[in-house]
Design a binder for this molecule. Sequence first.
Ligand code: ADP
Length: 242
Amino acid sequence: MKGLDIRHVSYRYGERRALDDVSFAVTPGRFCALLGPNGAGKSTLFALLTRLIVADEGTIGVAGFDIARSPRSALARIGVVFQQPTLDLDMTVRRNMRYFAGLHGLSGREAADAIERSLAQLGMAERADEQVRALNGGHRRRMEIARALVHRPDILLLDEPTVGLDAASRQAITDHVHRLAEGGLAVLWATHLVDEIDLSDQVVVLHRGKVLSDGSASDLAGGQGLAKAFLAMTAEGSEATA
Ligand code: ADP
């Protein structure tokens, strides 16, 4: 399938088990929130999906490619926004984008078109010639998301992309990314903030390395709302680590 297919994935750091038999799938056109408190294993899963580390057990399918057997093809289908910004502040938005497009083998007219298209998808087209340093935090993040789309990936991974941003910027980014999913991308959005999730989204709750639930946000919320449902599921762990 064109989306993301994670099956029975486990990973340890030495004795510490960070992921334990994790399985779920994200189909094209879905916004999937990977919801878990700090230490749940979200960043570890992102490191596996981007092949910074290699799973001890299990398989990861990316747009139909097995990431262990066909890593180049699989990674070419992924766009990723890591938690830590990676921007050259002294370049313009366009130059940053052009550099990244080059890494994907795009140049000339093709690169220019891809850059215009992805900036427009994030409402950033008019900022192409600004210095990154002059942009506020929300616009820098939107630029990073646009940059992750430049090679037309099937899957977009975002690891807590709104950390440190104000409410208005967070809202703009969650709205933009929801629209990208509606346009056919498979989106995996790691967060510990339930207010970034729409009731029509898929939610995978990860806690202490295990998937506790996988389904629609509205089913998870039930009558009590998403915040309460999530807290009830993960409260025991929070107390234990408090
Ligand atoms: P999250 O992103 O959800 O906060 P992480 O994937 O960072 O969770 O961490 C999952 C677990 O793995 C935690 O218990 C964390 O302490 C542990 N961990 C993460 N990175 C390392 C590492 N490099 N070495 C040892 N343990 C780690």
